[in-house]
Ligand binder design. Structure first.
Ligand code: NDP
Length: 341
C-alpha cells in the first residue's frame, strides 16, 4: 500500500516524504511537471517513491487519474499542495481556487476510487486558518485549536495576504465539511495541521541555492540583503521548525489519537528582526555584509501579536519542538554552504 503526498516538490512535503521513506512506507508524490518529477526522483533516489503528474490544482478533477490508477493501493493521503506566494494579482484564480478545488478534488477522488482503502487523510492547513491577517496581531487574543479565521469570500479577495489566509481557511473548512457530508461513503479519519511560519533547512542542500520558497526566503532574504536594507518590522507571529511539521504529518498515520484533530504547530512567537539579530550575533563572517535592520526591536514587535495556546497539540504530539536558534542556524549553514559550491 501507498501514502500519497501531494506537492512533492514542496518544502514541507519533502521533509515529510523523507520521514515516510525512512520508515519504510511506499510513497506516491504528485508534482506539476515531468521536469519536477525527474528532479524529485533524482533527489530521493529511492525505489519506494513513485511520482505522478497533477499539473493544476484548480482543475476540479485534478487528482482523479492518480486515484484511478492506484485505487485500493492508497492507504493514507497527505495533502500539502497549495499556492504559497504573495506575487499575484488574480487572487481567486491563482490562490483561492487552487487551494479549495485542489482539496475538494483529493477528497472526491478518494470517495470515487479509494473509499475502502484510505484510512487517514492529513491536510496541511495553516495558522492563517485560525485568524485573519489582523487577527494574528491582537495581543489580547489567544489563538487555539478551536480558533477560526472569520473572513468571508469578499474579505478574502481584497488583498493578497487576505487571499492566502482565506485560501487556507476555506480549504480546511471544506475538509471538515466533506467528512460531515460523506460519513457513510468514506472511512478515513481526518487530521488537519496548522503551522505558523515554518523555518529550518530545505530537505536537500541543493534546494537551498538561489531564490527559495516563501519560508526559505525569510532567512535567505536576510542573507542576501545589503547593509541598510529594510527588514520588515511587521513580520511576526508563530514560529515552528519544518522538521517538527514533517513529524506531525506522519504521526496521524500511526496513532488513532490524531483522528479528527486539528493541530496547531507553533513553538514560540518571533519577529523577522529576531532572525536578523540572531544571524548578526552568531555569524561574525557576515558582519558588515548584510542588513541588521533595527537591532533589538523584535521583542516589542512580538508583543503586538496574538498569543497562542497549543497545549492540546503539544500533549498529543509528545515531543519537544526544535528551538528557534537551531532552526535559524541550520538554515543559514545550509544556505551559505549551498551558495559556496
Ligand atoms: P512550497 O511552495 O514549497 O510547496 C507548495 C507545493 O504546492 C509545491 O509542490 C507546489 O508546486 C504546489 N502547488 C502550488 N500551487 C499549485 C497549483 N496551482 N497546482 C499544483 N500544485 C501547486 O510551500 P510549503 O512547503 O511551505 O507549503 C506546503 C503547505 O504548507 C501549503 O499548503 C502551505 O499553505 C502550508 N503552510 C506553509 C507554511 C510555511 O510557512 N511555509 C506555514 C503554514 C502552512 P510547485 O513546486 O510546482 O510550485
Amino acid at each position: 500500500s501507498f501514502v500519497l503526498v501531494s506537492g512533492a516538490s514542496g518544502y514541507i512535503a519533502q521533509h515529510t516524504i523523507r520521514i515516510l521513506l525512512a520508515k519504510g512506507y511506499k510513497v506516491i508524490g504528485t508534482v506539476r511537471t515531468q521536469e519536477k518529477a525527474d528532479s524529485v526522483a533524482r533527489l530521493f533516489n529511492n525505489d519506494n517513491l513513485a511520482l505522478e503528474l497533477v499539473p493544476e490544482l484548480a482543475d476540479i478533477d485534478a487528482f482523479d487519474h492518480v486515484f484511478e490508477k492506484y485505487n485500493t493501493q492508497i492507504k493514507h493521503v497527505i495533502h500539502t499542495a497549495s499556492p504559497v506566494r504573495y506575487n499575484m494579482t488574480d487572487f481567486e484564480n491563482e490562490m483561492l481556487l487552487p487551494a479549495i478545488n485542489g482539496t475538494k478534488s483529493v477528497l472526491e477522488s478518494i470517495k470515487k476510487f479509494s473509499a475502502d482503502s484510505v484510512e487517514t487523510v492529513v491536510y496541511t492547513s495553516s495558522i492563517s486558518a485560525l485568524a485573519n491577517p489582523a487577527g494574528i496581531f491582537e495581543p489580547e487574543t489567544t489563538l487555539t485549536e478551536e480558533s477560526w479565521n472569520p473572513d468571508t469570500w469578499e474579505d478574502a479577495i481584497k488583498d493578497v495576504r487576505s487571499a492566502y489566509f482565506g485560501s487556507k481557511t476555506f480549504a480546511e473548512r471544506s475538509t471538515w465539511q466533506f467528512i460531515e457530508e460523506n460519513r457513510d461513503q468514506v472511512k478515513f479519519q481526518l487530521t488537519t495541521i496548522c503551522p505558523g511560519y515554518v523555518l529550518g533547512p530545505q530537505a536537500f542542500d541543493e534546494n537551498a541555492k538561489g531564490h527559495l520558497c516563501y519560508s526559505g526566503e525569510l532567512v535567505n532574504g536576510i542573507l542576501t540583503s545589503k547593509p541598510g536594507d529594510t527588514i520588515d518590522q511587521h513580520l511576526a507571529g508563530a514560529f515552528i521548525d519544518v522538521r517538527d511539521v514533517a513529524r506531525a504529518h506522519v504521526l496521524p498515520l500511526e496513532d488513532h489519537r490524531f483522528a479528527n484533530q486539528r493541530l496547531v504547530l507553533m513553538n514560540k512567537r518571533f519577529a523577522l528582526q529576531d532572525v536578523a539579530d540572531y544571524i548578526s550575533g552568531n555569524f561574525p563572517e557576515l558582519k558588515g555584509k548584510i542588513s541588521v535592520g533595527v537591532p533589538g526591536s523584535g521583542a516589542d514587535t512580538v508583543e503586538t501579536t496574538s498569543k497562542y495556546d497549543n497545549s492540546k497539540t503539544r500533549e498529543l504530539l509528545g515531543f519537544d519542538f526544535v528551538p528557534f536558534e537551531k532552526s535559524v542556524t541550520d538554515s543559514v549553514d545550509q544556505i551559505l554552504a549551498a551558495n559556496k559550491e
